[in-house]
Design a protein around this ligand. Structure first.
Ligand SMILES: NC(=O)c1ccc[n+]([C@@H]2O[C@H](COP(=O)([O-])OP(=O)(O)OC[C@H]3O[C@@H](n4cnc5c(N)ncnc54)[C@H](OP(=O)(O)O)[C@@H]3O)[C@@H](O)[C@H]2O)c1
Ligand SMILES: [Zn+2]
Length: 318
């Protein structure tokens, strides 16, 4: 049975338009539990949704899958993936998978309702650092396992200053991977070098540095052809995201053929990876990069996020 719950949320009424922060009603299964949101990250995925890049989604939407807060006063995170069964119980239109903030109401709100089994305890109440880094680290854990990335390999990360890139590359460096971080600005390159990456702003870096074993392609259409040129024979390219939502065109298919490059796609992460990401963040292995905005300032926050000038995540606090 569905019940009505009142939340104060940032509602996206139509794509590419400002959010409205309002008191509104969400309909959720009766047995879903209430989490008081303390911090929620603005994922690059949310920006793609905002642009209308996921044609299956319909507005109005309450976005937000990087949710950290309190359940009965205890600090928790919410695992963002929902079983199709739970999603259907919530009355959502669910494809083969369901995500908080897309198929059911998400965390750009003062409270969120989720299945009890999606709660994962947090080691401390520093909600901001988890909102900044958990999705990025878990995403890169999953992508690097899909690509079979091993210590000692040389891996290119594109869009390296974003929330996934800057946190995920720290995880890789800690594993003993040699990370080449491709970013658009010299200023960001200096910050990424400070984390132990070899930062590059020119796509033909491999002429001087040599080719890479694998690429974690976070940008998609705008950089994927550079990434393929940088790959060695039998290299692996993992497509993690496509920030502009444009069609991806392979300019030189012969490269793919002659170098026997393998292409992988990677979607999200497992609950185990989400837990591991929380552990490495809590141990201080990952330096979190973020800027905090009040939920009421969400439109200002989105303007900043879409400009892409910052390193790391934007974190909203209700
Ligand atoms: N598959 C998954 O499981 C998964 C999970 C989370 C996110 N994602 C996807 O991964 C991608 C990155 O996510 P994110 O959270 O890191 O996003 P983000 O924080 O918005 O960062 C994206 C980065 O991409 C680069 N970039 C942005 N626009 C660009 C353009 N027009 N041309 C070239 N580079 C551009 C920028 O890095 P520089 O300025 O350093 O170049 C920017 O910081 C998104 O597409 C998101 O949907 C996928
Ligand atoms: Zn995310």
């Amino acid at each position: 049975m569905l019940v009505e719950r009142r939340v104060r949320a940032a509602v996206l009424e139509s794509f590419r338009s400002p959010f409205k922060v309002v008191e509104t009603t969400v309909r959720v299964p009766e047995d879903w539990v209430e989490v008081r949101v303390r911090a929620v990250g603005v994922c690059g995925r949310d920006l793609v949704v905002w642009k209308g890049g996921f044609p299956n989604l319909r507005t109005p939407l309450i976005l937000g899958h990087e949710v950290f807060g309190e359940y009965e006063g205890v600090p928790v995170s919410v695992f963002p993936g929902l079983s199709v069964e739970e999603c259907r119980r919530a009355g959502g239109e669910c494809p083969g998978y369901a995500i908080l903030g897309e198929h059911v109401p998400g965390g750009y709100a003062d409270r969120v309702y989720v299945p009890r089994s999606n709660l994962i305890p947090l080691p401390d109440r520093d909600y901001r650092k988890y909102a900044a880094a958990t999705c990025g680290v878990a995403t890169i854990m999953h992508a690097s396992s899909v690509a079979g990335i091993r210590p000692g390999e040389r891996v290119l990360v594109t869009g390296a200053s974003g929330g996934v890139g800057v946190h995920g590359l720290q995880y890789l460096i800690n594993l003993g991977v040699e990370v080449i971080a491709l970013t658009r600005s010299e200023e960001k390159a200096r910050i990424l070098e400070g984390l132990g990456a070899r930062a590059v702003t020119r796509p033909d870096f491999y002429r001087e540095m040599g080719r890479v074993d694998a690429v974690l392609e976070l940008v998609g259409a705008r950089t994927i052809n550079w990434s393929m040129r940088a790959l060695r024979q039998k290299g692996r390219l993992v497509l993690v995201g496509n920030v502009t939502g444009e069609q991806v065109i392979i300019e030189r298919p012969a490269l793919l053929v002659m170098r026997e490059i393998s292409l992988h796609g990677t979607a999200a992460f497992t609950p185990k990876e989400w837990r591991s990401a929380i552990q490495v963040i809590s141990r201080g292995i990952i330096k979190p990069f973020y800027k905090v905005y009040d939920l009421d300032e969400i439109n200002e926050a989105y303007e900043a996020a879409l400009k892409g000038e910052r390193v790391g995540r934007i974190v909203l606090e209700p």
